[in-house]
Design a protein around this ligand. Structure first.
Ligand SMILES: Cc1cc2nc3c(=O)[nH]c(=O)nc-3n(C[C@H](O)[C@H](O)[C@H](O)COP(=O)(O)OP(=O)(O)OC[C@H]3O[C@@H](n4cnc5c(N)ncnc54)[C@H](O)[C@@H]3O)c2cc1C
Length: 322
């Protein structure tokens, strides 16, 4: 009755958050006295055995024509098949975009209860009890289910990666998933060269204080020098200055990076709801009374159009002297 974990990959390579999901599954399995089996769906370039480093004792690969493009229904079927074959009661996945699509379908196909956005290892297994954020990150709630089988998704970047140093055996599963598909992927439009926001460890974000979309060049330059992802406040994406995929907050993406730099953002409660899990928050705002300073670890009161280029230059020369 191993713990199953979905080992998500992008263009054949395991995502960084997969290591975190496997680490979480390992913690869960240890508490239950069982082992972790990772399921990697789709063509793989990464060595499956590498997941042993984070606690998987076995990696099951599922490949074939049906898995050439991401299709949540087909992928969920494949994972549910492996879970059934291994007699798993618990299935873990990361709350990425793909994870969010797979999770509910997987719970139906596996006949399991679904708890999303967990931020801790379950405190109890009967009933299965796990903690998640509530009320826009202002409170905590312990979710409970009496279901025998549970699919649990974790908040990306919230729990961290733990290396346990083991090795994983590798096997493959031949899936019947193709016949199950009611969704056809007609086209895939890939964003190239960008760091996916929910997984970014460093994020540079900006708001209406930037005045116009053309001024985002300096935000992108700062993000480039740091190797960071870019984000924005809601009004900015509503006006069309930035894509909605960058909108963070209560109604946008929730992120948990190590560093969040907020430029020209007031710090409204709905914005903070999506970024308050950041480990370090740096705020750049010309209004010393901006509410965001109350949530900041470091604050710079100043005009973004002066501060940001200077910060970028300073970081460039720091990197050049490394
Ligand atoms: C139901 C609901 C859900 C919402 N969900 C979200 C959400 O998910 N995410 C979100 O972001 N918002 C959300 N909002 C909107 C939120 O309430 C705020 O309106 C929004 O976050 C403000 O965006 P902003 O800080 O970019 O703009 P503003 O409030 O206009 O603030 C701009 C800031 O830039 C500063 N500034 C101006 N010029 C400069 C300069 N030259 N240099 C430095 N600083 C400068 C100003 O001092 C100000 O603090 C939601 C609102 C509602 C009602």
């Amino acid at each position: 009755m191993a713990v199953i974990v979905f080992a998500e990959s992008w263009e054949g390579k395991f995502k960084k958050i997969t290591n975190e999901a496997v680490s979480y599954a390992h913690g869960l399995a240890e508490a239950e006295g069982t082992n972790v089996i990772a399921v990697a769906v789709g063509a793989l370039e990464s060595d499956p055995a590498e997941l042993g480093k984070y606690g998987a004792s076995e990696v099951v690969t599922v490949e074939g024509d049906a898995f050439a493009s991401f299709n949540a229904s087909v992928w969920a079927t494949a994972i549910a098949e492996v879970a059934e074959a291994k007699g798993a009661k618990h299935i873990v996945l990361s709350g990425t975009n793909n994870g969010k699509m797979i999770g509910p379908m997987l719970s139906v196909k596996a006949g399991a209860s679904y708890i999303s956005n967990a931020i801790d290892i379950p405190s109890n297994f009967a009933p299965f009890t796990v903690r998640r954020n509530a009320f826009s990150n202002k409170g905590l709630v312990d979710y409970q289910t009496n279901a025998e089988k549970v699919v649990v998704s974790i908040v990306p970047n919230a729990l961290g990666v733990k290396e346990t140093g083991g090795s994983a055996s590798v096997s493959s599963h031949s899936s019947s998933a193709a016949a199950d598909s009611r969704v056809n992927v007609i086209d895939v439009d890939r964003v190239k060269g960008k760091i996916p926001l929910p997984e970014a460890d460093l994020v540079v974000s900006a708001g209406r204080g930037m005045k116009a979309p053309e001024n985002w060049t300096m935000i992108e330059e700062l993000a480039d020098v740091l190797g960071a992802g870019t984000a924005c406040s809601k009004p900015v994406s509503d006006i069309g200055w930035r894509p909605h995929s960058e909108h963070v907050g209560q109604t946008g993406i929730q992120i948990n990076p190590s560093l969040y730099i907020a430029v020209g953002i007031s710090g409204a409660i709905q914005h903070l709801a999506g970024v308050s899990g950041s480990k370090t928050i740096v705020v750049i705002n010309n209004d010393p009374e901006a509410p965001f300073f109350k949530a900041a670890d470091y604050g710079i009161v100043g005009d973004a159009f002066e501060v940001v280029p200077k910060l970028t230059e300073a970081l460039k020369s720091f990197k050049a002297n490394q």
